[in-house]
Each structure stands twice: as structure tokens, then as C-alpha cells.
Design a protein around this ligand. Structure first.
Ligand SMILES: [Zn+2]
Length: 104
């Protein structure tokens, strides 16, 4: 009985954690590159990012990647600061994936 109860609690906790993340899911993102609506949005692990509750990654048809983050404002700001310092790398990789034929 005690075991069943504990399992129920764990399932509830997992469900709650999922619900908490899903609650922050943006309906859509606006592409940083072409301004189109991005509807392919995936959650990204926030492990190790203190103060960040959820990160969403939107993949636009044009190949641009757009991020959205929820959490403490300073933590979100720090995340985007880190992201922008790494943007060239990330975008370069995405562009290669997207077009495949680009030789720079
Ligand atoms: Zn785009």
C-alpha cells in the first residue's frame, strides 16, 4: 500500500513537472531571421541552468533557430547573453544542416 502510494506521488510529480513546462510553451515563435511564425517548437533541457524554468527552441523553415526562455529575468538574460556570444557557431551549424550545399 505504502509503495503504491509512493509510486502515485512520483507519477504525480512527473506529471506536474511536465505540466509546468507545457504551461510555458509559447503558441508560436517569431523567426529571428525571416520574421515568419515558427510552429515547430521543442523543449530544451534546462539542466544546470539555475533560475531557468523552460527553454523552447523553434526551428524555422528558413533554417534559422529561435529561442524562448522562461524563468527569473536575470537568469533568462544571462542565457540569451551566453547564446548571443555563441550565435555564429550555432547559426553556422544550423545553416549547414539546412541548405547542405552552402560552401563558405
Ligand atoms: Zn525564418
Amino acid at each position: 500500500m505504502g509503495q503504491a502510494k509512493r509510486r502515485g506521488t512520483l507519477e504525480q510529480r512527473i506529471a506536474q513537472a511536465h505540466a509546468k513546462i507545457e504551461a510555458t510553451r509559447p503558441e508560436k515563435l517569431v523567426c529571428n531571421g525571416c520574421g515568419a511564425d515558427v510552429k515547430q517548437i521543442h523543449p530544451v533541457s534546462t539542466r544546470g541552468l539555475t533560475g531557468i524554468e523552460a527553454i523552447w527552441l523553434g526551428q524555422c523553415d528558413c533554417g534559422q533557430t529561435t529561442f524562448a526562455a522562461n524563468g527569473k529575468p536575470e537568469a533568462v538574460q544571462a542565457f540569451f547573453d551566453a547564446l548571443s556570444s555563441d550565435t555564429e557557431l550555432t547559426l553556422g551549424r544550423q545553416r549547414q544542416d539546412g541548405s547542405g550545399h552552402e560552401t563558405v
